[in-house]
Design a protein around this ligand. Structure first.
Ligand code: HEM
Length: 417
């Protein structure tokens, strides 16, 4: 079930399964039916265990299989084509000692002090996006008009990608990450063989690489203050980044930075649309907004899992894990663990503390977490200023994806204020 993308579209059933597993087998062996494609792995469902593994980066490695669709075939194809285990080498694939050197390059750029400079630009993007929503009113799909395009505009802005190229970037991201949903990828990937999928992903990576090589060259000639310039001009051990690593850096920021925030933004709107009292409260008192943003990130858990490989024999939750074993740290399961969150399926903006696992933890903790929170806060301030009332105008639908998931439609009826 955890490797079936459709299970993630039927949320309550998935959460029921995690509840049962947490009680009966919190570290359970998954032997994929299609053993030809996937290696077996341990599924980790308790919050405590997910956090312990995330924080112990010496014992639990990201390389070479950081996500569940690291098919054996993809690894072999990649080794033959690139000499590396992955088609894209990036922060999520590196372990120490390389990982901290690469992470350090942009860490400061993503801190709140630096991001504050961007507030005006982000607010302008938020206003333009809400203009589009209001123009389409009184009924519209929030995902299509707001939560989809807004984070994409922001991340493309920091990467120096002009607006006319955004749809192409969106499509390529879907092919890399969300390709399991036929509606979203537009590729019919669901019906492809593993080999065809690997070829498609390899093609998407190549297009990304060529595109960002152009941006890097431009930023070396004319540096600006954006993150694209930081990456283009970075050095590691005194040397500029190899082309492939530079492309990998752009790709990880481009891809990690929008569908994730789109999902938590749509979730926050869904929660507000379903609870008019909460909408009224936050309209009157904006100090409630950070609590709504944080709870939306927990409640939606846009990044549903990452994988780790054990570097040595180790025990987790009473289960013996062997060196080389593969583990799925399931953030959805962790964020719905009643031992950590009271009444976890409830959207409760007053949850405090709300130490959710949605951004991960340890050395790989989300690099963009401050940006994600800031984007959501600015967007909802704009919406609360400009929209009087909202309600659901149909059933929201979830995407089928095992990795980055969330709503793919959120029909709303609203009145501009
Ligand atoms: C890593 C979640 C938004 C950039 C991660 C990880 C998670 C995550 C779970 C992996 C942690 C681990 O392996 O331990 C999210 C969520 C987001 C979000 C839920 C929105 C609500 C963003 C944004 C950006 C971004 C806006 C950048 C613009 C990254 C990068 C990494 C990462 C570069 C890799 C970090 C590393 O391996 O060192 N994110 N993310 N993310 N995220 Fe995010």
């Amino acid at each position: 079930m955890v490797i079936n993308p459709h299970a993630y579209a039927e949320w309550d059933g998935l959460l029921d399964t995690f509840d049962r597993l947490r009680k009966e087998a919190p570290v359970s062996r998954v032997e994929p039916e299609d053993g030809e494609l996937f290696d077996p792995f341990w599924l980790i469902t308790r919050y405590e265990d997910v956090m312990r593994i995330s924080k112990d980066n010496a014992t639990f490695l990201n390389n070479p299989r950081p996500v569940v669709f690291s098919f054996r075939e993809a690894i072999e194809f990649s080794r033959a084509a690139t000499g590396s285990n992955m088609l894209v080498d990036s922060l999520v694939v590196f372990d120490a000692p390389i990982h901290p050197k690469y992470r350090r390059l942009t860490q400061d750029w993503f801190m709140p002090r630096n991001l504050a400079r961007m507030e005006g630009e982000i607010r302008a993007i938020a206003n333009r996006t809400v203009d589009g929503l209001i123009a389409a009113g009184p009924q519209a799909d929030f995902v299509k008009l707001v939560s989809g395009p807004y984070p994409l505009h922001v991340v493309m802005q920091i990467l120096g990608v002009p607006e006319e190229d955004e749809p192409r970037m969106q499509m390529l991201t879907q092919q890399l990450f969300g390709g399991q949903d036929a509606d979203l990828s537009g590729t019919g990937m669901e019906n492809m063989t593993a080999e065809q999928v690997v070829q498609l992903v390899a093609g998407a990576v190549k297009t990304f690489e060529e595109y960002f090589a152009g941006i890097a060259a431009e930023r070396r000639a004319n540096p600006t203050e954006d993150v694209a310039s930081v990456i283009a001009n970075a050095t590691v051990d005194g040397e500029p980044l190899p082309e492939r690593d530079m492309a990998g850096y752009y790709i990880i920021v481009a891809t990690a930075g929008h569908d994730t925030t789109s999902a938590s933004t749509a979730g926050a709107m869904q929660a507000l649309a379903q609870d008019p009292e909460q909408w009224a409260r936050v309209k009157a008192d904006r100090s409630l907004l950070p609590g709504i943003v944080e709870e939306a990130i927990r409640w939606t858990t846009p990044v549903q899992h990452f994988m780790r490989t054990a570097a040595e024999d180790v025990e987790i939750g009473g289960q013996q894990i062997k060196a080389g074993d593969w583990l799925m740290i399931n953030y959805v399961a962790a964020n719905h663990d009643p031992a950590q969150f009271e009444n976890p399926r409830k959207f409760d903006a007053s949850r405090s503390p709300n130490r959710h696992a949605a951004f991960g933890a340890g050395a790989h903790q989300c690099l963009g977490l401050h940006l994600a929170r800031m984007e959501m806060k600015i967007l909802f301030e704009t919406i609360l200023d400009r929209v009087e009332s909202i309600e659901l105008a149909g059933e929201p639908k979830r995407a089928t994806s095992t990795f980055v998931g969330g709503l793919k439609t959120l029909p709303l009826r609203f009145r501009a204020g």
